[in-house]
Design a protein around this ligand. Structure first.
Ligand SMILES: [Zn+2]
Length: 393
């Protein structure tokens, strides 16, 4: 490793020949070396909501409870929650995140700790009357915080969902993002209530949120509505995509968006099972994330894979039984690609950053991938995470 980049990979003798004279030698004889895991969808500011929110419960009840919790959360509460969330990420071997930040507190916490990732600043606008004010707040935050950006931690925008952002507001945010070469991430097609509202203007949210979609023709599924708004562009991140039909899936593949799949969150909020088999067969690009602790049980991507493998056993028609390395790609190189960071991290390759997670297992290792997923690996450390500082656990 030189300048935090991987210089060589291979048998010890060969690597030793290429190592600089003063190179430090660190050995992990029983370790499984992985690229630092990538968790492409988190809500670190919600970490402490885990103590208050009942799981499982219906998405509609959950959303109402979230609205109440969010209203009373201060910046300092959110910062403390994000710091705790980051500790949990590190213990799970995660070195890179796609973070959805409501207050900007998690951007501060991630910067303090030196994690890599993209922070999508959440944007909600339920009424066009408030659009100018909401846009000014967003742009002010982005302009103030751009100066703290780095190659390691980038800023993007997160128009929250089809039911919390008016079509005009979506257009304004996308215009800004495109003109400033920023990525965007949207929650989409998560619950049946969302689909009912967008497609038919019916269901549980009609009176509460129907107004958001006042100027939108009926008949669009959430995915087709987002395409109508030009949200579905190459590199866009769409989180969830559970309530999708064949036409939606074809569109997701054609537009080359990244679908961020959070199966434990979906189960806890009882929104259904994403048709992962059909998506993969159609060529949709899918990565795996935990979501925040308001809906997930941990921030560990390996826990997420273990749950996904259970789903594959229970629902084989809808959910494929993939080999372990395919699952692991979804929390390493594929997730890094979704965040636009695949040339920097996501795999152990010469030239990439040496952000390495070392896992140890108590049992003999026959297949390291199976050992990671079937055993109970401990994370030993994440070397070189913070500019040469080696955090140990
Ligand atoms: Zn989310």
């Amino acid at each position: 490793m030189v300048n935090r980049r991987i210089r060589a990979i291979g048998q010890f003798k060969q690597v030793q020949r290429e190592a600089p004279y003063q190179a430090q030698r660190v050995e992990f004889p029983d370790g499984i070396l992985m690229p630092g895991l990538v968790n492409p969808h988190t809500h670190l500011e919600n970490t402490h909501f885990a103590d208050y929110i009942k799981r499982p419960q219906s998405f509609n009840q959950w959303l109402r409870q979230m609205v109440r919790l969010v209203r009373t959360q201060t910046f300092d509460d959110a910062l403390a929650a994000a710091r705790d969330g980051i500790e949990q990420l590190l213990k799970a071997g995660v070195t890179c995140v796609g973070e959805f930040s409501r207050l900007g507190a998690s951007f501060v916490a991630l910067r303090e700790k030196g994690l890599r990732g993209v922070v999508f600043k959440e944007f909600i606008c339920l009424r066009d009357e408030n659009l100018d004010e909401r846009m000014s707040e967003l742009i002010e935050w982005l302009q103030v915080n751009e100066r703290y950006e780095s190659e390691r931690l980038q800023i993007a925008v997160g128009p929250h969902a089809p039911y919390t952002v008016t079509p005009k507001a979506f257009q304004r945010v996308l215009e800004w993002a495109k003109s400033h070469c920023r990525r965007w991430c949207v929650h989409a097609a998560e619950s049946p209530a969302e689909r009912e509202l967008v497609e038919h203007r019916k269901g549980a949210w009609r009176l509460w949120l129907g107004r958001v979609l006042r100027d939108v023709p009926k008949g669009f599924s959430p995915i087709r509505y987002l395409d109508w708004l030009s949200v579905l562009q190459e590199g866009a991140l769409l989180v969830h995509c559970v309530q999708v039909d064949e036409r939606d899936i074809a569109l997701l593949a054609e537009r080359k968006v990244w679908v961020v799949h959070c199966p434990r969150s979906n189960a806890n909020l009882k929104v259904g099972i994403m048709p992962l088999r059909a998506m993969r067969e159609a060529g949709v690009r899918v990565c795996l994330a935990t979501d925040g602790l308001a809906s997930a049980d941990s921030l560990s991507p390996l826990d997420e894979i273990r749950f996904a493998r259970q789903l594959a056993r229970q629902f084989p028609d809808r959910y494929p039984n993939l080999p372990p390395d395919e699952w692991l790609r979804m929390v390493t190189i594929n997730a890094a690609s979704a965040l636009g960071m695949a040339d920097l991290v996501g795999s152990l390759e010469v030239g990439k950053f040496a952000e390495i997670a070392v896992f140890t297992v108590d049992t003999p290792i026959a297949d390291p991938y199976e050992a990671l997923l079937d055993g109970h690996p401990k994370i030993a450390l994440v070397p070189e995470l913070v500019d040469g500082v080696v955090p140990t656990f």
